[in-house]
Design a protein around this ligand. Structure first.
Ligand SMILES: Cc1cc2nc3c(=O)[nH]c(=O)nc-3n(C[C@H](O)[C@H](O)[C@H](O)COP(=O)(O)O)c2cc1C
Length: 199
């Protein structure tokens, strides 16, 4: 089957004013060695706590580990794909995010669970930006491994593992990653994804 590649118009420019936090947030790969303070970790989860969710189910669940908790940190780290381990090895904080798949109230499938978890992770990421931290979400990890490594029941589904820390020196990254770290961020222009009539 022939795969059709669709070229999209992209730009690094903000087309309209947005919050400074949205402008500043970046998924960096270079981390400083500085540890993330426990009160800041608590603020990250507090931001997630106040995210909206379908019928206020709040299906998000998190397991975090600081680098100081070496055994737990490594158990999480080992589940990351190699391409992520290359840079995430310096992250002082790893957070695994899961969604509870069924509603607590009636056991029925919650079709919004992943959506709600994504919203909570977005809140967490913006709070991190306000605290001078960077959050780098990763879908590149072994799902079966993480479920076993953390002894998680099948009632939950993992979404992303987040590498969190203070921004570090890009010069310490492998050359290719260093270039990506310093490249301008591109986005599809609004005309590619917003319509006033129909798709
Ligand atoms: C669900 C999700 C999965 C991602 N997985 C990875 C990943 O495995 N490895 C990685 O380096 N970046 C990953 N990213 C980061 C994206 O590449 C990044 O958000 C995107 O390039 C935009 O850059 P920005 O966040 O700095 O604006 C992921 C982001 C999301 C939201």
């Amino acid at each position: 089957m022939e795969v059709q590649v669709i070229q999209k118009a992209t730009s690094a420019v903000f087309e309209a004013p947005v919050l400074d936090l949205i402008q500043q947030r970046r998924s960096l790969r270079a981390f400083s060695h500085k540890l993330v303070e426990i009160d800041k970790i608590k603020s990250l989860f507090e931001a997630a706590r106040w995210a909206p969710s379908s019928v206020n189910e709040q299906p998000w669940r998190y397991i975090y580990s600081t680098r100081e908790q070496a055994e737990l940190w490594h158990r999480i780290f080992e589940t990351l794909h190699e391409g992520n381990q290359v840079w995430a090895k310096h992250a002082p904080l790893l957070i695994v995010s899961f969604a509870l798949k069924n509603f607590t109230r009636n056991g029925r499938p919650n079709t919004s669970a992943m959506y709600d978890l994504g919203a909570a992770n977005a809140f967490l990421s913006l709070q991190a930006t306000a605290l001078g931290l960077t959050v780098h979400q990763m879908a590149g990890f072994d799902r079966e491994k993480i479920m076993n490594a953390l002894n998680i029941s099948g009632a939950y589904e993992p979404a992303v593992i987040m590498a969190v820390g203070y921004p570090g020196n890009p010069d310490e990254l492998p050359e290719q990653l260093k270039q990506r770290e310093q490249a301008p961020r591109l986005r599809n222009v609004q005309a590619e994804f917003v319509r006033n009539d129909s798709f």
